[in-house]
Design a binder for this molecule. Structure first.
Ligand code: C2E
Ligand code: CA
Ligand code: CA
Length: 766
């Protein structure tokens, strides 16, 4: 449209300029034409006037005519015949012969000349109105004596004006010629115009002059110029050259028609060009814009326009290539976003999506199984990450070969896998879980290495346990967690598990903070050296005084911390606090051995020995003043590594004690190889020692056994004096229990110790 309007404006301007230039040119041209025409008319009249004048002058010198004039009174007939001869030769329309007194001697009409003859002997065009006609009249004086001053007669010839303004003149000039006298109310002397127009012309207000003027004649516009030429009755006569305006501008008009035609053709061509441009560029471009908008919205199937325009085609191809590139990359991104790179299994994202879709359209129960590899971290640590990765790939491969039911497998991360199975009435969750657990019965072989891998599986069921993907995953996770460290391969979710786990999860998230905030404290419980009757050691027991939950017993959060790995921080903190306290006692002159509890996880932590030795040097503490208590079950869960770690610690000079002894089924043979200094008899055997015969037997044999192995014994859970007496009697090294004191915060412990010492000193002196 813009293109077209620009073209139209240019064309209209061109038209206007050309039109006005051509008009001016045409007008000028026409004006020149009128001037030439006027000259032609003037020439023609002048020629005729000269012809008449010369004829009259010649005749006036003719003797025979002179004779005939002299004899005119007597013989008018001869003069008339002679004059008529002359007239015929001259083709004149009228003649007069007058005597010296202007009296008529002879004339073609028989009528006298109403004007003085002298008027007509002068140069120029002189006109005579005679009868009802107008004549160009010229005459010459006749002198009988050549040199005489007086005129003896006049001969005059005239042409009818109608003979002058004839068809030939009109053809020659191409104009209408009129002679008129402005001073006589525009009286028309002669004209080529039709009589009606002549009449109108006479009525019109004719403007004299050389300029082009317009007049309306008979419903048509005429253009004219006037020019003074000759006279009649001593009044000037004007020539008026007129022509129909349309005729005058005929060439201009046809030029204009051609021009308009040309411009229309140009406009049509422009329109065609605009159309081609629009078809070849504009429209494909706008289709490209639509296509790119679609691509932006992720619609890729769009066909891109092909045109004849090279540039647009190039752009179109570039966009198509770009679209292809985007598509490819999107695929890649999609793959990265939805698949696990290592195993090629769907990842957590896709798993969530799939689970969501499955439960959205589920008509039956849907099972979610979460699976992780027991001791995978150990495999990774000991065999290297490449082996670990290889194992994960093999596991993924084996899992996908599961064909009991259509199942969707995914790797959620680390050694965690998940499965969605739509349950049917025939198969219970236990059934499916068992099937999957059985897949781990065969060992895996990596580079000739045979690996026996166990898995733990947690199962949750939609809609029984949860109705959202998140909920189902959480339940499965809780169930999985519940079978960790137990003897079964899988567990199906139960509500009891959740309550526990929620609290648990919360607690664990707060533990780190608690360590830094001083919510944790060490309490000290004295150990009595029975033979010396002296307090020379304490056990450090941790307490968590939570700002909202209040007192949380260590039995509740220590196992959790062991499972999450947070125990390392707890141990580190307990060791540091205990040693700092030991150092402070030392400065007060108190030699007090501190016993700190460490767990199984700490035992396999390679950093523990370094940590301990760092702390020992930091607090300038004798290694022999630190006892580490490790439960018998912690040692028995992985005796080899435990013994390795204990050996390292023993070499450093640290005292080691087997806690809760008697509950962990250690054999005599194992006990012999254990690098420890002390057995700590579990309180289960001690609490009712005074009354229970069986306990007495047990404790006595344990003390004997320890003595044989050169180990000290500590009885914990001593609640009364008879128990202590029994222990003293059988030779137990130390006693610990409520009978002496429960574990106390440091200030109270110090107080208690002071009181206890005073009392025992008094007893000793007594
Ligand atoms: P444990 O090492 O066997 O500690 C002895 C537990 O028996 C303590 O309970 C103590 O208060 C209690 N006890 C002492 N004498 C008597 C008594 O005469 N009668 C009765 N009924 N109980 C007595 P507590 O402090 O609740 O500690 C429970 C367990 O928490 C500890 O058992 C230990 O395994 C663990 N624990 C405590 N502090 C730490 C720590 O710092 N690190 C680690 N890893 N474990 C800790
Ligand atoms: Ca202990
Ligand atoms: Ca114990």
């Amino acid at each position: 449209m813009l293109f077209l309007s620009v073209i139209v404006v240019i064309l209209l301007l061109t038209l206007q300029i050309v039109r006005s230039a051509t008009y001016t040119h045409s007008t000028e041209q026409f004006w020149r034409h009128t001037q030439t025409s006027a000259s032609v008319v003037e020439d023609k009249i002048q020629n005729r006037a000269n012809l008449l004048l010369r004829a009259a002058e010649n005749l006036a010198k003719n003797f025979s005519i002179k004779q005939l004039i002299v004899d005119a009174k007597a013989d008018p007939e001869s003069l008339l015949v002679a004059m008529e001869n002359q007239q015929q030769r001259l083709k004149a329309d009228i003649f007069f012969v007058l005597d010296g007194q202007q009296k008529l001697l002879s004339s073609s009409t028989g009528q006298p000349l109403a004007r003085a003859a002298g008027e007509f002997s002068l140069r120029g065009a002189t006109w005579l109105s005679h009868g009802n006609k107008v004549y160009l009249l010229k005459g010459a004086p006749v002198k009988f004596v050549e040199r005489s001053r007086s005129v003896d007669a006049w001969v005059l010839f005239g042409y009818d004006i109608a003979q002058l303004i004839n068809e030939e003149l009109m053809q020659l000039t191409g104009m209408q010629v009129s002679l008129f006298q402005p001073s006589m109310q525009n009286q028309i002397l002669g004209s080529s115009l039709a009589s009606a127009r002549q009449h109108q012309l006479q009525q019109s207000d004719i403007i004299l002059g050389n300029e082009l003027q317009y007049v309306q004649l008979g419903g048509q516009r005429f253009i004219y110029v006037t020019k003074a030429y000759g006279s009649m009755n001593a009044m000037p006569v004007y020539i008026l050259l007129a022509t129909n305006k349309d005729k005058a501008y005929l060439s201009y008009n046809s030029l204009l028609v051609q021009l308009v035609g040309l411009l229309v053709a140009a406009a049509l061509l422009a329109l065609l060009a605009a159309w081609l441009l629009s078809r070849g560029v504009t429209k494909p471009l706008s289709r490209l814009v639509t296509a790119t908008n679609k691509i932006r919205q992720g619609e890729y199937a769009t066909t891109l326009p092909e045109t004849s325009t090279v540039e647009v085609n190039a752009l179109s191809h570039a966009i198509r290539d770009m679209q292809h590139g985007i598509q490819q990359r999107e695929k890649q991104i999609n793959h990265l976003a939805y698949f696990d790179e290592l195993t090629g299994l769907p990842n957590r994202n896709q798993f969530s999506d799939h689970l969501q879709q499955t439960i959205d359209k589920a008509s039956d129960k849907v099972m979610v199984l979460m699976l992780d590899i027991d001791r995978f971290k150990e495999i990774n640590d000991t065999l290297g990450h490449d082996m670990g990765d290889h194992l994960l790939k093999l596991i993924a491969k084996r899992l996908t070969s599961f064909n009991e039911r259509p199942a969707f497998f995914a790797r959620l991360g680390g050694d965690e896998f998940a499965v969605v199975v739509e349950q049917c009435a025939m198969q219970t969750p236990d059934c499916i879980a068992e099937c999957i657990a059985r897949m781990f019965e065969q060992p895996f072989s990596i580079d000739g290495l045979i690996l026996d891998v166990d898995s733990s599986i947690g199962v949750s069921v939609f809609p029984e346990h949860a109705s959202t993907t998140q909920g189902l995953l959480q339940c499965a996770d809780i169930a999985l967690y519940s079978c960790k460290g137990k003897h079964y391969d899988f567990a199906v979710y139960r509500d009891e598990l959740n309550k526990h786990s929620l609290q648990r999860l919360n607690l664990m998230s707060e533990l780190k903070e608690a360590l830094n905030d001083g919510q944790l404290q060490l309490y000290y419980q004295p150990k009595l050296s029975i033979s010396e009757n002296r307090i020379a050691s304490v056990e450090c027991l941790i307490r968590w005084i939570h700002p909202t939950h209040g007192f949380i017993p260590p039995d509740e959060f220590i196992p959790l911390a062991e499972q999450t790995g947070a125990i390392r921080d707890v141990t580190k903190w307990a060791l540091r606090t205990a040693m700092a306290q030991q150092h402070s006692w030392l400065q007060q002159g108190l030699d007090m051995t501190v016993a700190v509890n460490i767990s199984a996880i700490d035992l396999i932590d390679m950093e523990l020995p370094t940590l301990v030795s760092d702390l020992l040097s930091e607090f300038a503490c004798e290694p022999g003043m630190l006892t580490l208590e490790v439960t018998e079950s912690a040692i028995m869960s992985d005796p080899q590594s435990a013994i390795r770690a204990l050996n390292t610690l023993k070499r450093m000079g640290i005292q080691l004690s087997i806690d809760d002894f008697g509950t962990g089924y250690s054999s005599m043979a194992q006990l012999k190889t254990m690098p420890v200094h002390e057995l700590k008899i579990d309180k289960a055997f001690v609490l009712e020692l005074a009354a229970n015969q069986d306990d007495q037997t047990m404790v006595k044999s344990m003390v004997t056994l320890a003595a044989n192995l050169n180990l000290n014994t500590v009885a914990e859970g001593v609640e009364d004096e008879p128990s202590l007496a029994f222990l003293r009697q059988i030779g137990c090294t130390k006693a610990q229990g409520f009978y002496l004191s429960k574990a106390l915060p440091i200030a109270q412990f110090n107080q208690w110790l002071q009181v206890y010492r005073q009392k025992s000193e008094e007893e000793a002196s007594a």
